[in-house]
Design a protein. Structure first.
Ligand SMILES: [Zn+2]
Ligand SMILES: [Zn+2]
Length: 123
C-alpha cells in the first residue's frame, strides 16, 4: 500500500500590476498539483485557451509574494486514441506525477459535499 498523495493547495490572489491581464486581477488561485518541493512553481487553471485544441491557460507562481504568470499549456493526455476517445487528466502535460485522479483533495471533497447540500460557506 502506498501513502495517499495530497494536493498542494497553496493559495494566491492575483493583484493588479502592469503585466496582469485585467480578467485575472482578483482571481483567487489554488495550486492543483500534488504536494511538491518549494523549488517548483505552483499551478492553477486560469481559463480556456484561445486556440482550439487540448490546451488551457495556467497561472504559475513561486510563492505568495510573487506574481502569477499566465501561459498556455497542453492538457495531460492519459490515453492516445481517436480524438473523441482520448482522455485527459485535469492537469497539464509535463506536470509532476501523479495525475489528478490520484491526488487527494479533502477541501475539494468537502466543498463538493457542501455544494451538493446547497450550503455556500464562502461568503
Ligand atoms: Zn503547489
Ligand atoms: Zn496528468
Amino acid at each position: 500500500m502506498t501513502d495517499p498523495v495530497f494536493v498542494c493547495g497553496a493559495r494566491i490572489t492575483v493583484l493588479a500590476h502592469p503585466t496582469a491581464p485585467r480578467e485575472v486581477i482578483g482571481m483567487k488561485l489554488r495550486c492543483r498539483c500534488a504536494e511538491h518541493p518549494a523549488t517548483t512553481p505552483h499551478h492553477d487553471f486560469a481559463g480556456e485557451a484561445e486556440r482550439p485544441g487540448p490546451f488551457a491557460v495556467w497561472a504559475r507562481w513561486r510563492d505568495e509574494t510573487s506574481r502569477p504568470v499566465l501561459g498556455e499549456l497542453a492538457d495531460c493526455l492519459l490515453e492516445e486514441g481517436r480524438e473523441d476517445t482520448r482522455r485527459y487528466c485535469v492537469l497539464f502535460s509535463g506536470h509532476a506525477p501523479p495525475c489528478s485522479w490520484q491526488i487527494h483533495d479533502p477541501e475539494q471533497q468537502a466543498e463538493s459535499l457542501l455544494a451538493a447540500l446547497g450550503i455556500d460557506w464562502r461568503e
